[in-house]
Write a protein that binds this ligand. Structure first.
Ligand SMILES: [Zn+2]
Length: 243
């Protein structure tokens, strides 16, 4: 019995622990092996960044109209392959003064992928973002928030920052798909310097899209000012530089 414990069960427990640790590391919002990663900034100022992942897709006009109505600039992490198909929508996002970031070309998990695959995913998407007319700095947001060694290494070597988030209402099954609950969660969890993640441009994300109006009104009523991610980074006390 003791032999079985030592030879079989213990190694299995160690492996399970390592796998769990690896999973936590790959998914961590605020840690990676190389370079800068930002999930929020430390500040007492009531500033917040609204970020929208995926697309551009069918509801681009709808989100742009909401932002325009409230004179808010957002940050859009676009998928290269979506942008290629919907370049007119990408051009509109850029023309209306929003920030655009790189969310990879094919939106696959960028873990255990070759360095050349990662380079291609990032560079191709940056090129498409430039074709859309966006001229600001391009930050990167990993698909599903997942990253491991080669991705952060490449981003770091090429001086790109990784941006994640600290407010993610859609992650919770009991909140996702319900505009009122999404709004409530965001209003309750946003702190000065927060980065809010929402998906609003696909047709199946209507509830998230519908929550944006109330989120903006609610946060403005609490005294928040909306900034893009690049503006938020400039407000960080110890100004971040990719290392
Ligand atoms: Zn995504």
């Amino acid at each position: 019995m003791k032999k079985i414990l030592i030879r079989v069960i213990l190694p299995l427990l160690v492996l399970a622990g390592l796998a769990k640790g690896l999973d936590i590391l790959i998914n961590a919002r605020d840690f990676q092996f190389f370079g800068g990663i930002t999930h929020r900034i430390d500040t007492d100022e009531k500033v917040v960044a609204l970020t929208f992942d995926d697309g551009p897709a069918e509801n681009t006009d709808a989100i742009l109209d909401i932002l325009k109505k409230h004179q808010v600039k957002g940050t859009f992490y676009l998928i290269g392959s979506d942008l290629e198909k919907n370049m007119d929508k990408g051009k509109k996002i850029a023309a209306e003064g929003h920030e655009i970031g790189n969310h990879s070309y094919s939106h696959t998990r960028m873990v255990f992928k070759t360095p050349s695959f990662i380079r291609e995913e990032i560079e191709k998407t940056d090129e498409l973002i430039r074709q859309a007319g966006y001229q600001g700095e391009i930050h990167f947001r990993p698909p599903y928030g997942k990253k491991f060694v080669f991705l952060p290494q490449y981003l770091s070597e090429t001086g790109r920052r990784t941006i994640t988030w600290d407010v993610e209402p859609e992650t919770y099954a009991e909140i996702d798909g319900n505009a009122e609950k999404i709004t409530e969660h965001v209003l309750a969890n946003t702190r000065p310097g927060s980065i809010i993640l929402l998906h609003v441009m696909y047709e199946n994300r209507k509830a998230s899209l519908e929550s944006v109006d109330a989120i903006i009104q609610g946060l403005k009523a609490k005294g928040y000012r909306f900034v893009t991610v690049s503006e938020l980074l400039k407000l960080q006390p110890h100004s971040p530089s990719p290392s």
